[in-house]
Design a protein around this ligand. Structure first.
Ligand code: LLP
Length: 438
């Protein structure tokens, strides 16, 4: 994250632009994305995986998981930088196409794709449709026949690994909505059904084990199990699938407690386990794909808020908590309320030497769960009008934003080399009211 404080007046800058200037020009709250940082993280994944898998299978493909954060400019950056695009709805596909993504570099996920989404994706020429259930197979094959193409597909396989932050619980995660179970034979049955439809080209197996993962052990179990089925398909059907997709989920540092792996360490670790598993099974290493979202977008974004009011509350034991209310809240960052997520906050617009006070950054919405940062020490002289910067909000904040309480959604502003530009404009009350047609 290129958040730099330390200037004489204590003003924090992002991408070379002081937050005071960003607030004056674009208003608050605002999502700020550091373009150079986003692109550096994207190309770091691209290069690290290309290098780590070069000998084993000629490189690896990185599909950016658009659900983390997307807009037309982001799709354009990714296309320019040679990343591919993981869309999981027709809407995300539309953004990819508008941003100039080569359709062949798009894959379409979704556990409940509509007929229309499948037809649109196949007609657009997406590289791969991910079969998430038996119901996707005939619909995709029919769409391919109608479009006169042979459609590449992956089979999303539930490998029985539940990934937690530092841990995974084997066999624990059959009980969820995604994918076809490996253990029960559903995935093998899906392979048979795909192979029975000549309009489909079976490209390989897919698994995504979870999010905010900090080590490769969960990926190792997943890769071994996927490759076991991969080898079985070769033995039973004589079909050597050319690819394997290990999904996303690479963790980031929301606070100083988190210690993420670098793309290079991840890539080396994953190359090691995939190569070892293939050697053991006696199969060639298929082309590997990954789908990082958060690890690219998350650290590259901050949210800029303005403080409106504060209130002190006495806690048990003589402690005190200060509630610092900002001009956004759970409508622009639902993650604290939804996942009990941890964030930090920094005074952005000036220097303060006042002593730190235990504070909770809250929003302006009509419920007490409207918390942005649960616990942070902020200077005692913090007051209405001050700017607060909340780092690591580049993923799953804008993309999960709502208009709760009819609060228009903030703009997305890109900063680069000391210059800012709006990528997504601020919503207005008129935008919201324009939807009311009755
Ligand atoms: N691939 C698949 C198939 C996925 O389902 C996901 C995330 C990803 C890739 C990207 O995962 P990432 O690298 O971004 O962790 N809203 C939640 C996260 C939900 C993730 C769902 N799938 C949050 O705010 O933490």
């Amino acid at each position: 994250r290129r958040l730099s404080g330390g200037s004489a007046d204590g003003v924090v800058s992002v991408g070379g632009v002081p937050v005071t200037e960003l607030a004056a020009e674009h208003g608050t709250p605002a999502y700020i994305v550091d373009e150079a940082d986003f692109r550096a993280r994207a190309t770091a994944f691209r290069d690290a995986f290309a290098e780590a898998f070069a000998d084993a299978c000629g490189g690896a493909d990185v599909y950016y998981a658009a659900k983390a954060f997307t807009c037309t400019a982001v799709a354009r950056w990714l296309a320019e930088d040679g990343l591919r695009y993981d869309a999981c709805t027709g809407g995300e596909l539309a953004v990819a196409l508008r941003g100039g993504t080569d359709p062949a570099h798009v894959l379409l996920h979704g556990n409940n794709k509509s007929d229309e989404e499948i037809v649109r994706a196949v007609r657009a020429g997406v590289g791969k449709v991910v079969v998430d259930g038996f119901h996707d197979i005939d619909r995709t094959a029919d769409a391919a026949r109608e479009a006169g193409v042979r459609q590449g597909v992956l089979i999303r396989t539930t490998v029985g690994v539940e990934a937690h932050t530092h841990d995974y619980i084997a066999t624990a995660h059959e009980d969820q909505k995604f994918g076809l179970s490996l253990a029960s034979g559903q995935a093998a049955e899906a392979v048979r059904r795909v192979l029975a439809r000549p309009e489909l080209e079976l490209r390989g197996l897919h698994s995504h084990i979870g999010s905010q993962i900090f080590d490769v052990s969960g990926f190792e179990v997943a890769a071994r199990r996927l490759l076991g089925l991969h080898a079985q398909v070769l033995a039973e059907h004589g079909v050597e699938m050319p690819e394997i997709d290990l999904g996303g989920g690479f963790g980031i540092a929301y606070t100083t407690q988190d210690a993420p792996l670098s793309p290079a360490d991840l890539a080396r670790g994953m190359a090691e386990v995939v190569t070892a598993a293939c050697a053991q099974l006696g199969v060639a290493v298929p082309k590997v794909s990954i789908e990082p979202g958060r690890a690219i977008a998350g650290p590259a974004g901050v949210t800029l808020y303005r403080v409106g009011s504060t209130k002190d509350v006495a806690l048990d034991g003589g402690l005190q908590r200060r509630y610092v209310a900002v001009d956004g809240g759970m409508s622009d960052n639902i993650r604290t309320a939804l996942y009990d997520a941890d964030y930090s906050a920094t005074l952005g617009g000036r220097r303060s030497t006042a002593s730190p006070v235990l504070s909770r950054v809250v929003g302006k919405h009509c419920e007490s769960g409207d918390v942005v940062v649960k616990d942070e020490f902020l200077p005692d002289d913090l007051a209405a009008g001050d700017l607060l910067v909340v780092p690591a909000t580049g993923a799953y904040c804008h993309s999960m934003a709502s208009q709760y309480n009819h609060v228009p959604r903030p703009p997305v502003v890109a900063v680069k080399d000391g210059v800012s530009r709006v990528l997504v404009r601020r919503e207005t009350e008129d935008d919201l009211l324009a939807l009311d047609v009755g």
